[in-house]
Design a protein around this ligand. Structure first.
Ligand SMILES: [Zn+2]
Length: 424
């Protein structure tokens, strides 16, 4: 759920290093032969600056990326007029804060996103709808009413949605910036074992089990962001503490045990801007996948991909990733983690450069980052990760969700506490 665009696309070398010996003895697949489906894509930013679905289809999806999820970011960055985070561009338009790193003002859940995107999606032709998989994001995953929101969205906009998320549980400074009380301040039962410094989020929350149970019942695919290692980062993006020894492995396994058949995409294998792979990273990810048979991972976000193809000291070498991809070939999805509108940059206290929409060229450069790695995989493995696994997962979800909508068409959205509601 995040990428700072500036400089990333142009600055990344496409060579795969550190892998002079390969475990692969089949001939490399021609890189240009691969098509991509983007399992991790945000059409707008933390201030709903972005791109229409029509423009996304006509301009950005191409012979290279042929299908994509549409995940509005669930969190809006609050524009606080008392905080110096606004800018007037050369044409006189005023902008507020539009990214989570920088401003002190909190983030809040923006439920209107679901209605906004559903309306636009349902106006597309059937062929165009078939190229986009729309996700429900406008709910608070720490709120037990979240599950009802998801059902209300399906019943209000049948035919529109295929999944839930990306939503975030433990994620460096995002967890700390989310508006609302801490679990410590409201709990009347024993505290869960996975609270971070501020303590607003927990993988043991019943509300998350509710969401996964709704996913199990309806067939919606879930995209979950949860860092694998505890990391404390303040609002400015300064890392305060990194705990590579403190993993959320047990908490993630607990969550999947609450709804074992829910189809979940665990984003970035638990990595991120501040959360780097440890030498045992892939072994931990493998244990989680082994415990959670309905879970898959995505390898989205260029910052994460950079650590795969150019591993730093103590990170798993490329060959270990290749071995992991071969072993879990049906359980890995490519994604870009694009945010379509970049952040305003505060260069000086009185100088802010407004963000911009990502260009088509910048977007289409993203699948190229891993193409050299894909050429080192068995052709069938490369095809599954770049495209095939996505199609299997989301086509299956569409069928199940449409069937659920048809069988619940008479449910009363004003009374979801009755027998039709899965969560009570
Ligand atoms: Zn994302």
């Amino acid at each position: 759920m995040k990428r700072a665009l500036s400089g990333l696309v142009s600055g990344i070398t496409l060579l795969v290093v550190g892998c002079s010996s390969s475990t692969i003895d089949t001939p490399p697949v021609a890189p240009q032969a691969l098509q991509f489906a983007d399992s991790h894509f945000h059409p707008s930013n933390y201030a709903y600056q972005g791109v229409s679905l029509k423009s996304l289809l006509s301009d950005y999806l191409s012979a290279s990326v042929v299908r994509s999820v549409v995940m509005p970011l669930p969190l809006q960055q609050r524009w606080d007029s008392f905080e110096n985070y606004q800018v007037t561009d050369t044409s006189g338009r005023l902008y507020g804060a539009n990214y989570y790193i920088g401003p002190k003002a909190d983030l809040y859940y923006y439920a209107f996103a679901d209605a906004m995107y559903a309306r636009e999606y349902l106006q597309l032709s059937a062929a165009d709808q078939g190229r986009l998989d729309l996700m429900i994001t406008g709910f608070n995953p720490m709120d037990r009413y979240g599950a009802q929101h998801i059902k209300r969205v399906l019943l209000t906009f049948p035919g529109a949605f295929a999944g839930i998320g990306e939503f975030t549980v433990h994620k460096e400074l995002v967890s700390r910036k989310i508006a609302g009380e801490t679990i410590r301040s409201t709990a009347t039962v024993p505290l869960p074992p996975d609270l971070d410094k501020k303590g607003t989020m927990s993988l043991y929350a019943q509300s998350l089990a509710d969401v996964l149970k709704v996913a199990e019942e309806t067939g919606l695919v879930v995209t979950l962001h949860n860092d694998l290692y505890q990391t404390e980062v303040n609002y400015e993006g300064t890392v305060e503490d990194v705990f590579p020894g403190r993993t959320y492995e047990a908490a993630l396994k607990h969550l999947c045990s609450t709804a074992p058949k829910a189809s979940v995409i665990w984003a970035h294998t638990g990595l991120g801007r501040y959360v780097k792979p440890t030498s045992s990273h892939l072994k931990t990810v493998a244990r989680i996948l082994d415990s959670c048979p309905a879970w898959v991972v995505d390898i989205s976000w260029d910052l994460v991909q950079e650590n795969i193809i150019h591993p730093g000291p103590g990170m798993p070498p490329v060959n270990e990733w290749i071995g992991f991809f071969n072993q879990y070939s049906s359980r890995v999805l490519w994604g870009s983690d694009t945010v379509m509108f970049s952040k305003n940059t505060l260069e000086l206290p009185d100088k802010v450069v407004p963000g911009q929409r990502l260009t088509v060229e910048q977007y289409l450069a993203l699948p190229e980052l891993l193409r050299p790695l894909f050429s080192r995989l068995r052709p069938d493995v490369a095809e599954k990760i770049s495209y095939g696994n996505y199609v299997r997962l989301f086509d299956d979800a569409r069928r199940k969700v449409r069937a659920w909508e048809a069988s619940h068409a008479q449910d009363d959205v004003w009374d979801l506490s009755g027998p039709s509601a899965a969560v009570r």
